[in-house]
Design a protein around this ligand. Structure first.
Ligand SMILES: [Cu+2]
Length: 429
């Protein structure tokens, strides 16, 4: 029932949701506006105050899991850590406050000359010469440390714990850092051919959870990483079908980031630019992410434009985005009506599949009962129809299918949809 109502809510406006969910208790943080796409923290001085703390997240099968995370110090716990957006070439300051019961830290892979409290960031060792942290940490229980660096080349980077990494990264201490080209906020990198449509920008921070590790930490028991096995697989801290819900959905108060891509077809005159998706892997295994329906153009890897020494374009089209642990890929995607199907002049030469083959999670369908973009037909009354105006939905998921489950239950996990509206848009949107 809860799932059903969540999916019904997806198609409604924020105002309508307010009206039909009177039982929701609105707090300062959950009252933030619902939205789609990248939701990032910015600051005129590029100075951010993060607090490492613990809190609970929910999974679609009803589980509740203790996580650690880097939240905005003013807003409190959220998972994953806040998405930081900065401009290339300008100074960045990150002040880490540590509310956790053990020391923790942040490393910024791909950023150069990072300083910690004004000193060069460097590995830490105990008196016996054993490594204790990859970088100067903030002490347990209210310690703090300030990291500074100059934002590197435009693109997407992880920021992640450098202390007891196997355990703390599993617990959730990671986030995304988006570095924008100076003066060109709507480009992925400094190349003009990396331009994307204003507002059509998405982050897919991919990660995994072994609930046994989290339960051991919650119970103050030893953590056994050698026998760890992840059971939940997340995009932006959520699993399917929660991935489809808007940013700041009030029923996911500690998981504010949605993962629905929402575009209109390419049109040379009215919609010439693609969307961008920024993929990051904060887990321990490869995530072969696999959007159905179209290739995506990989233009950046690990925060660097794919180009040759003379500026040659080395970007490439890819159907399956293999994102390795610690890697980032920035892609451009658009959707093109290449077949020009038309019910009268160019009919689709196939039958609509049986209704039982259209259901994805429970008795819901996103299919319009028509193959023609912008056409919507009735569905049987026992089904929940999420389609609004004949828009298309393309599944996008990890092709390692155990990662497309919620603790083994298909489908779920690292899965979302790309929504394509008719060229004129969807009425009421
Ligand atoms: Cu697939």
């Amino acid at each position: 029932m809860k799932r059903l109502s969540i999916q019904r809510l997806l198609s409604l406006t924020a105002a309508a949701v307010l009206v039909i969910t009177p039982a929701v208790v609105w707090t300062q943080s959950s009252a933030a506006a619902m939205s789609e796409g990248l939701l990032c923290d910015t600051d005129p001085n590029q100075t951010f105050s993060l607090t490492a703390s613990d809190g609970y997240v929910s999974t679609p099968d009803g589980n509740s899991i203790l996580m650690w995370s880097y939240g905005n110090s003013k807003r409190g716990f959220q998972s994953p850590g806040i998405t930081l957006c900065v401009e290339s070439g300008r100074p960045v300051t990150v002040i880490l406050h540590n509310k956790l019961p053990e020391a923790t830290s942040i490393v910024f892979p791909g950023q150069q000359s990072v300083k910690a409290n004004g000193n060069p960031a460097q590995p830490q060792f105990d008196s016996g010469g054993s490594l204790t942290s990859l970088v100067q940490p903030a002490a347990a229980n209210d310690g703090s440390v300030t990291y500074t660096f100059t934002a590197g080349s435009p693109g997407t980077y992880l920021y992640v714990t450098g202390t007891d990494v196997g355990k703390q990264q599993q617990m959730g201490l990671y986030g995304a850092l988006v570095v924008r080209p100076a003066g060109h906020a709507n480009q992925v990198n400094d190349r003009s051919d990396s331009a994307f449509t204003n507002g059509k920008e998405y982050v897919y921070l991919l990660s995994e959870i072994d609930p046994d590790v989290h339960l051991a930490v919650e119970r103050n028991q030893p953590v056994d990483l050698n026998s760890s096995k992840s059971r939940y697989f997340l995009i932006n801290g959520r699993s399917m079908p929660d991935t489809l819900a808007p940013n700041n959905a009030p029923w996911l108060p500690a998981q504010p980031y949605g993962a629905l891509v929402h575009v209109k077809p390419y049109d040379a005159a009215t919609n010439p630019l693609p969307a961008t998706i920024r993929y990051l892997n904060a887990g321990s295994v490869n995530y072969p992410f696999h959007p159905h329906g179209s290739d995506e153009r990989v233009v950046n890897r690990d925060g660097h434009a794919l180009q040759g020494p003379a500026g040659q374009d080395l970007s490439y089209q890819k159907y399956d985005l293999d994102v390795g642990p610690g890697q980032t890929l920035d892609v451009l995607m658009d959707w093109r009506d290449v077949e020009h199907w038309n019910a009268t002049t160019n009919p689709i030469p196939t039958q609509i599949p049986a209704i039982t083959d259209q259901l994805l999670v429970g008795p819901d369908t996103w299919f319009s009962e028509s193959g023609y973009l912008g056409t919507k037909n009735p569905v049987p009354a026992n089904l929940t129809q999420n389609n609004e105006c004949g828009e298309y939905y393309h599944i996008a998921h990890s092709h390692a299918l155990e990662q497309a489950t919620n603790y083994g239950a298909a489908f779920g996990g690292m899965m979302t949809v790309f929504r394509i509206d008719p060229p004129a848009g969807c009425p009421g949107q």
